[in-house]
Design a protein around this ligand. Structure first.
Ligand SMILES: [Zn+2]
Length: 66
């Protein structure tokens, strides 16, 4: 079985992970392939990490984007 991984990028503005050419959250096209640390946010309103990173939408986020 071959799993094809789409090239993933992190938004430099809000850090969300995407395979698209623009950010699905803030619509920025400022994306980077250089990122480290991934965090999954399920419940941004009650997540300490989401508050710390200013995340308001659930999804997968990079901790650091260069
Ligand atoms: Zn964004």
């Amino acid at each position: 079985m071959v799993i094809e991984m789409a090239k993933r990028k992190a938004c430099k503005v809000c850090h969300v992970m995407t395979t698209k050419s623009h950010c699905p959250v803030c619509k920025s096209t400022n994306l980077s392939e250089s990122f480290s640390g991934l965090v999954l946010i399920f419940d941004p309103e009650h997540s300490m990490i989401a508050k710390k990173l200013n995340i308001t939408k659930d999804g997968e986020y990079a901790l650091q984007v260069r």
